[in-house]
Design a protein around this ligand. Structure first.
Ligand code: DP6
Length: 369
């Protein structure tokens, strides 16, 4: 148990039922949090950011956001947000809206001045979705400030995942190392639509060695935002069949993850990627998010797998870039294959080397006052 100090007493007790931030309270928190790549896709939502079906992802390692929040007790709430060194008022407004919707979770907000700085380790124009890493990093910083004020030792990761989910659904999964599942499934008693849960203890060790080589077919801005994409599912004629299929895929993928069954892993992972894109194609309006080179890479991967028997497979996000997934023991062979056969399909020969990672990391916490 952390020591319960006079400061915590001041915070918790109040004249009018409202928490009071001690004057002079200030400091800095800094977290890095990774992006993730979904194997079973979250595509379609209901209610307040609840998923229509459960999803599973690998937590990545190299594609991360680093966020620091400098905080200081103040008369009123104020917020400044800097992205890669430049003040970004549009993003500050988005964060402010998110925070003010959650005053109940952060009762100190209206007595705090916050200065946020955020940097991605991956290039802005690489087509890597940054909302998962950025929103989870931000929520972890805020919960750290909350933890200090309450005098608690640890952040509650379930709460972090829940708040991150509200900011961006996929961010709920980035809070956990290795692999996470978000969404209620009968196959996993601890699962919930409200937050993600760790799958670290459900994985055959081979999956902890997985690499994700991300081939950048195009670095252009997204054709359709995730938010708009999810809402297209509301009128998609195949929606009910999709959600049923995703539930079956979750059940079978969980079994494959436990058993180290790479054949089933490949079958489900590739089918999920194709379904995501098929759903976009048959939405109204319809979107084609693949490029000719996406298809060229997919054909090459299938040919390579057939001729070498190396268990390399692919997945896609809601865009044209291709994620190559494979156990680390095949890294040399796959990287040679990429260099010799696939970089020609990448924009400026760009690809990113990533792998399954250990989840968010606290980089700095200093408080005073
Ligand atoms: C295709 O989490 O970006 O990457 O909740 O609206 O922020 P919002 O959407 P977002 O959707 C991710 C969709 C996906 C699949 C996935 O990550 O599961």
């Amino acid at each position: 148990m952390p020591e319960f100090t006079f400061r915590h007493f001041l915070y918790l007790c109040s004249m009018n039922g409202q928490a009071k931030v001690p004057s002079g309270f200030h400091g800095i928190v800094k977290w890095q949090s990774p992006s993730n790549i979904a194997l079973v896709k979250y595509w379609g939502k209901k209610g307040v950011q609840l998923p229509q079906n459960p999803s599973i992802s690998f937590t990545l390692s190299q594609c991360r956001t680093e966020t620091s929040v400098t905080f200081e007790a103040a008369e009123n709430f104020s917020l400044r947000f800097y992205f890669e060194g430049n003040e970004n008022q549009a993003f500050a407004a988005k964060i402010e809206k998110f925070l003010l919707d959650h005053v109940a979770d952060f009762p100190w907000l209206n007595q705090m001045s916050l200065n946020m700085e955020s940097n991605n380790t991956f290039p802005h124009s690489s087509g890597i979705a940054s909302s998962a890493s950025s929103m989870s990093a931000l929520v972890l910083c805020l919960l750290d400030i909350d933890r200090m004020l309450k005098g608690e030792a640890e952040i509650d990761l379930k709460k972090a995942s829940c708040l991150a989910r509200i900011a961006s659904g996929s961010a709920s999964r980035s809070v956990f190392p290795m692999m996470a599942l978000w969404g209620k499934t009968d196959t996993l008693a601890t699962s919930s639509d409200e937050y993600a849960v760790s799958l670290e203890n459900q994985m055959n060790p081979i999956f902890k060695t997985y690499c994700d080589s991300i081939l950048i077919v195009s670095d252009a801005a997204k054709l359709v935002s995730s938010r708009a994409g999810h809402s297209l599912m509301e009128n998609n004629p195949y929606a009910a069949a999709r959600y049923a299929q995703a539930n079956r895929n979750i059940e079978n993928l969980l079994a494959a993850l436990r058993d180290g069954d790479l054949e089933t892993f490949i079958e489900i992972t590739e089918s999920e990627a194709m379904q995501l894109h098929a759903l976009m194609m048959c939405s109204t309006p319809s979107f084609i998010l693949m490029k000719p080179n996406t298809l060229n890479i997919i054909s090459e991967i299938r040919r390579f797998r057939e001729t070498t028997q190396i268990p390399l497979c692919f997945t896609l996000d809601a865009g044209p870039n291709v994620h190559l997934l494979y156990p680390k023991q095949y890294a040399d062979a796959v990287e040679t294959f990429i260099d010799e056969n696939l970089v020609r399909y990448c924009t400026d020969s760009k690809w990113i080397k990533d792998c399954v990672g250990n989840g968010p990391q606290k980089l700095m916490v200093m408080d005073a006052g």
